[in-house]
Design a protein around this ligand. Sequence first.
Ligand SMILES: *Cc1c(COP(=O)(O)O)cnc(C)c1O
Length: 428
Amino acid sequence: MKQEAIELYRKMGLSEEVISFGEKTMEGLKERFDKIDEIAEYNQLKVLSAMQEAGVSESCLLGSTGYGYNDLGREKLEAVYARIFHTEDALVRPQITCGTHALALALMSNLRPGDELLSPVGKPYDTLDEVIGIRESRGSLAEYGITYRQVDLLPDGQFDLPGIKEAIGEKTKLVTIQRSKGYETRQTLSPAQIGELVSYIKSIKSDVICMVDNCYGEFTDLIEPTDVGADLVVGSLIKNPGGGLAPIGGYLAGKKECIENAAVRLTSPGLGKEVGASLGVLPSFYQGLFLAPTVTAAAMKGAIFAATMFENLGYEVIPSAGSPRYDIIQAIKLKNPKALEAFCRGIQSASPVDSFVTPEAWDMPGYDAKVIMAAGAFIQGSSIELSADGPMKEPYAAYFQGGLTFPHAKYGMLRALQELVSEGEVTL
Ligand SMILES: *Cc1c(COP(=O)(O)O)cnc(C)c1O
């Protein structure tokens, strides 16, 4: 490493030991990083060719106001998403406020009273508890007479195929498959694994809608779940596909029928996709999507760096440093509340915005334990930017993700390590 950088690292609060531990961690990561760059290269071409084939023009960046009729940029962007995910159609809107909203929209619009929803991969992401009605909640699917069943993964992380077969019945209309581990400590599913699960489910009931919660998974692999049989993928634009630039938004890509259902629910029956002004967000949606493959690659490198570093320090990390990865989240089991707080403090103080703030655990809407979050992001709560969060409960795991650039992710990790050293949690 250049002497100039070492001096800046020192000035920015890192000790000699932490800097050299970081350098040792870097050794041996080159091959992994090269593989990630190969995926990014392919996905960059995929995005670029989708934009070219859809005929994106300068006027697509202008946006609309009011009703947003004939919003060329909005329509072309949805065509670009459909090309990237190889689906019939897509819905990509700033009116979809976040990932949970996108998922709720997909579920509420494609399920009807009397239908049953099945999760064959265990409990979904915490915020969906209230959407589904796992925890009683105003406006939940349960309130509308939509029932829910769940089949957990087997202790070794495999699908419980007999259990899934038994759970699929007359009423099963939609199966929701969460790709990323979220706040669980299971493994993230690869698109290939999801493809096998979808084939199995379709072999039991061919007309069931297979939906994938694709949050954090986009562009981490050469293929997406819709390339292997999923009917619908859903995600957030303040994660991977927004490339750090989209200031809001969510997307759905899938079968025409599923997207139409979602569109008439998001706006109104009769209006569907025809309304919804894009205001001024289209340049950031397009440019963010264009940058998303390399931004996602930077975040993956950050996750691998973190996993390697903490594994070398003796912590249990998920996924382990050497295992393949299909999302950008890295979980590190810090084992006690003090260490989790120190870790988040380090990430916060490494941020470009609000670096002087001390994160504290709070009762976040939608979560059942207090959550501590570190995020000094340009976009509030953006988790494609360097961020860490973790529920204040056993095993006090920090979920680290993002970094718009690898050097920033690396500095964040070193800063977190420095805090752990200062707390006496780690000795180098
Ligand atoms: C982030 C996330 C969500 C929810 O998205 P929000 O934008 O936080 O509402 C849902 N599922 C998974 C797997 C996620 O990672």
